[in-house]
Design a protein around this ligand. Structure first.
Ligand code: TYD
Length: 217
């Protein structure tokens, strides 16, 4: 099987702490791609697969588990996300569709390494990294206090990870992972505190070449 790293479509992963505004920016990017007539598929992790829904139930406290088991479930969810014969994203990319994912393996590196060694998390995700490295990982950097403000406005019930202390450590872990992997990953760090349309224009300016290159291949 050809690997998705010999890819035709581009693969953009959005990352950020909870409340970083990823969903808004992904929505704006989708609108832009539709206007430009670019073929794309938008997805997210945890996914809506049976493995992903198990994760959602653990994260909302409906099922109890251990953080190490959850980290391993994310590894499985991600491999299924890449390789599932029905809608796996590797096949889509090889067919020339560009893919945008709301979170990918840097979320695991940041969120799980708060409780366990980052090296373990990176090693556990190595198959995903070999199969599909993002063309660009876009990190929307926001102040944890601003992020918490957005979360409490938007949601009635907070998930397990959404406390200030947790957001501060997760943000630090993201930066630690970016530093560790800067030679092999293409990481774009943007100020998520900017006005939404200014940030949208900045994201598009940076990503446009990858989407248009994919379209002409
Ligand atoms: P999020 O994008 O915040 O979804 P929603 O806006 O619906 O709450 O992601 C859900 C949570 O999953 C988030 O707190 C981060 C966590 N997460 C991990 O802990 N590990 C992972 O590998 C991924 C992809 C997400």
């Amino acid at each position: 099987m050809r690997e998705a790293r010999d890819k035709k479509g581009c693969f953009i992963a959005f990352e950020g702490i909870d409340g970083s505004g990823k969903s808004t920016q992904i929505r704006l990017l989708k609108n832009r791609l539709e206007r430009e007539g670019i073929k794309f598929y938008c997805t997210r992790e945890p996914t809506d697969s049976p493995i992903g829904s198990l994760i959602h139930q653990i994260m909302t406290g409906r099922i109890q588990s251990d953080n190490k088991a959850v980290a391993a479930l994310f590894v499985a969810d991600r491999l299924d996300h890449l390789l599932n014969p029905a809608d796996g994203i590797c096949a889509k990319i090889m067919d020339g569709t560009s893919v945008i994912s709301d979170r990918y393996y840097f979320s695991s590196y940041a969120y799980h390494s708060v409780d366990m060694p980052m090296e373990w998390v990176i090693a556990a995700n190595s198959q995903s990294a070999e199969l599909l490295r993002p063309t660009v990982t876009v990190f929307l950097d926001v102040d944890p206090d601003d992020a918490l403000g957005r979360i409490s406005k938007a949601r009635f019930q907070r998930e397990l990870f959404e406390t200030r202390e947790r957001l501060v450590s997760v943000r630090q872990k993201y930066f630690e992972a970016f530093e560790k992997l800067k030679d092999v990953e293409n990481i774009l760090i943007l100020d998520g505190g900017k006005e939404e349309h200014i940030l949208e224009a900045e994201i598009w300016e940076n990503l446009k070449p990858y989407f248009t290159r994919a379209e002409t291949r």
